[in-house]
Write a new protein. Structure first.
Length: 92
């Protein structure tokens, strides 16, 4: 999640912070635009990488929880009713 914040900071900082600083240092508007947009583009790529990583880990965790649930349900089918109820209530 921290890498998402880094990417967001780069997107915001590239245009709103770096461009004025570069202009104040005496560089041309074209140079400031190129540098600012480059930093923002890199930040956007970092954001997308972070989002796809978060999505992949969520899908993996969801799949593992689904498998765990299926295993508990299969085990509950073979137990007597009282034990099955206790198993289902104790599983969180």
């Amino acid at each position: 999640m921290r890498i998402l914040y880094v990417g967001t900071g780069m997107v915001i900082g590239g245009v709103s912070l770096m461009m004025p600083v570069i202009l104040l240092l005496g560089f041309s508007k074209m140079t400031a635009g190129i540098v600012g947009m480059s930093i923002s583009t890199i930040g956007f790529v970092i954001q997308m990488y972070a989002m796809f990583s978060i999505r992949a880990s969520f899908e993996q965790e969801s799949k593992l929880l689904e498998q765990k649930h299926e295993a508990v349900m299969e085990k509950a089918k073979t137990l007597p009713p009282e034990e099955a109820i206790n198993l289902l209530l104790s599983d969180k």
